[in-house]
Design a protein around this ligand. Structure first.
Ligand code: XBP
Ligand code: MG
Length: 250
């Protein structure tokens, strides 16, 4: 089964966006709203267990500020807080503050040259994705991706398979035609539940996690060529969702 498409996660996979991007924008939005919440780097690592910014704010309140949740129209409050966070994040990445991780740009170029289709499946908001691609690659880079599945287009975020299934449907491809590129356990659960063979590129907050079911676990994509991905994909038949130990490379 030839490799027909690469489906990339964004946060942690394309770029290290969490600690110095999303977290910073969340804290700025909290301050601007007069809230005394401060998400330290360590706390943020714990909060990443919940994907989606609005969902993460709610989860934080359940742990640390239940009074906030007791307010009337708390859904509206969280939505507006998150909109402000998105505006701030888009400004931050628009300044080119978050470069692509090693190997990403070259791999995208190789895929485009070889006719391997590109797509994105992410939990983050669509505006964040286009801002990052345009600022950290080139202004036309969002057009390189045939399908961009992002944010609230599906109600159930990762680790649910929905965003990957949404992308597969729009690509018109079977799961086994594709390779998913992920950095986190929630992402891996999502892609495997959709039946897609998955390669892990470990990130700041996910290094050393147990990625059972992944095809391979790499420290980054610096030494990974498209040919390597084609070979990995070829050995994936029957393995996605299985429990074989992944290849690990230091
Ligand atoms: C990414 C996320 C997102 C971002 C914040 O997970 O969990 O919630 O941290 O984005 P993944 P928003 O890489 O697995 O897709 O604030 O726009 O939701
Ligand atoms: Mg990720």
């Amino acid at each position: 089964m030839p490799l027909k498409a690469l489906i990339f996660d964004v946060d942690g996979t394309l770029a290290e966006t969490e600690r110095d991007g999303h977290r910073v924008a969340f804290n700025e939005a909290f301050r601007a709203a007069g809230l005394d919440w401060n998400w330290t780097s360590d706390l943020y690592g714990e909060l990443l267990a919940v994907t989606g910014g609005k969902e993460r704010i709610r989860h934080f309140c359940q742990r640390f500020d239940r009074d906030f949740l007791a307010q009337p129209d708390v859904d509206g409050l969280i939505r507006r807080l998150h909109e402000d966070k998105t505006t701030r994040y888009v400004e931050l990445v628009g300044r080119g503050a978050l470069p692509m991780r090693p190997g990403v740009e070259r791999l995208l170029a190789e895929a485009r040259a070889e006719g391997v289709r590109l797509a994105i499946a992410t939990t983050t908001s669509p505006d964040n994705v286009t801002a990052l691609l345009r600022a950290s690659l080139t202004p036309a880079a969002d057009s390189w991706f045939e399908v961009i599945g992002a944010g609230d287009v599906v109600p159930a975020k990762k680790p649910a398979p929905d965003i990957y299934l949404w992308v597969l449907e729009r690509l018109g491809l079977a799961a086994s035609d594709c390779l998913a590129m992920e950095d986190s356990l929630n992402g891996l659960r999502s892609s495997l539940a959709a039946g897609i063979p998955t390669l892990i590129t470990e990130a700041q907050y996910t290094r050393g996690d147990m990625f059972t079911g992944a095809l391979a676990v790499l420290p980054d994509l610096a030494a990974t060529s498209l040919q390597t991905l084609v070979r990995l994909h070829a050995r994936s038949a029957g393995q996605a969702g299985g429990d074989k130990a992944p290849l690990r490379s230091a």
